[in-house]
Design a protein around this ligand. Structure first.
Ligand SMILES: [Zn+2]
Length: 385
């Protein structure tokens, strides 16, 4: 007989979880504008008896909200110090959100996105910690790391001084289903900002006196390897802007591009190829290519037998889920935490169609995510650091 997941493991308070998810969605929290959401959660966690404080990330990154760190202190000093993490900001503002629930699935009924990314991770993370506290079971120190400005380059996590917290490992609740699976391997992601400097001239009178930056860009891009480059490699030109008038030979064009790859040497080669295309096209026409290259985030690959992975898989299996380990080319705060030496993997949530207006999440998915997070925390309390 197939085990029914809902009958196994410890219980979370389902209605409280769903209400918290909704309340979080209704607080507008665009990147760098998370203050109200941070204040709401800080108050909630303080009232629940957690040790909660903000860092000073907002000031450092130009936002009005800080990262929130909350500790549920435990009596088991030998148990590993485990964290659950989610981010406050949504990819777009959600002011004026109207929510609908249809057949147990929440979606936006207004012009805004729902914001299930990442409220669909944050609400279950908080509920798991509250449920652990109420269970009366002995446990070690458990930490909630709730970050700001994730969607604009993992900036909150970048400013968060996780190395000072004495944590052993943890989970970032921030990717799509199936619940019970985990991301243990990701790509490295680079950005290019390219400015082509040509020369303006009257398009009707003296076109030969100008150098058209749009033509240079077109030449460079037309010969570029882009799109899907391999099973774990992509490259994209995302934004191109420039020009001052239809009757002006275009003097300047700005291009934003990216490339991702699980292999850093392959990524470096792709970036060199793209840079070379721009420089070569500019040189041919007497223009100049100004190129800014930045490593947006670095890949991580947490070993299958690492405690952070094994614990998660055992918890997932216990609840009747499929504990698959996934590779993704997308980034999350886990990339930053791993780069700072804190073993972290991404725990899948139920959020679907994220970063689009079709974004949705199921009631059952929220509950399953919270139960899995709780099971992980309970199992961690039986481990030794
Ligand atoms: Zn997210």
């Amino acid at each position: 007989m197939k085990r029914r997941a809902a009958k196994l493991g410890l219980m979370v308070q389902e209605e409280r979880l769903v209400e918290l998810f909704k309340e979080l969605c209704f607080i507008n929290a665009p990147p760098l504008g998370e203050r109200d959401s941070v204040a709401f959660v800080k108050d909630l966690l303080a009232k629940a008896g957690l040790e909660v404080y903000e860092d000073e990330a907002g000031g450092k990154i130009g936002g009005n909200g800080n990262n929130l760190i909350a500790w549920l202190r435990g009596s088991l000093q030998q148990a590993p110090k485990v964290f659950l993490s989610a981010h406050f900001d949504t990819v777009e503002p959600t002011a004026g959100l109207q929510m609908e629930e249809r057949d147990g699935v929440f979606a936006s009924a207004s012009d805004t996105i729902l914001g299930a990314d990442d409220k669909g991770g944050m609400a279950p993370a908080i509920e798991a910690v509250l449920a652990l506290k109420e269970s009366g079971l002995p446990h070690g120190d458990v930490c909630l790391l709730l970050s700001v400005a994730e969607e604009i380059g993992l900036k909150g996590a970048g400013a968060l001084e996780v190395q000072d917290l004495g944590l052993d490992f943890g989970y970032v609740l921030d990717t799509g289903p199936p619940v019970g699976s985990f991301v243990t391997r990701t790509a490295t992601h680079d950005n290019l900002i390219v400015t082509i400097h040509g020369k303006a001239a009257h398009a009707g009178k003296d076109p030969e006196k100008g150098i058209n930056a749009i033509e240079v860009a077109a030449d460079a891009i037309s010969g570029m390897k882009l799109g899907r480059l391999g099973p774990e490699a992509t490259a994209n030109i995302g934004i191109i802007e420039g020009g001052t008038g239809v009757n002006v030979v275009c003097p300047t064009v700005k291009i934003r591009a990216e490339a991702r790859n699980t292999s850093v040497p392959e990524l470096d080669a792709q970036i060199a190829h793209m840079v070379n295309r721009f420089e070569e096209a500019a040189r041919k026409r007497g223009a100049r290519a100004e190129i800014l290259h930045e490593r947006h985030y670095s890949a991580y690959h947490v070993a299958d037998d690492a405690p952070v992975v094994k614990l998660a898989q055992e918890a997932s299996r216990t609840l009747g889920f499929e504990p698959t380990l996934r590779t993704t080319l997308g980034g999350s705060d886990a990339n930053v935490y791993n780069a700072k030496g804190l073993p972290s993997i991404v725990l899948a949530t139920a959020m679907e169609h994220i970063h689009t207006h079709d974004e949705c999440i199921s009631r059952q998915g929220l509950i399953d995510t919270a139960r899995l997070a709780l099971e992980i925390l309970v199992r961690a309390s039986k481990m030794t650091r």
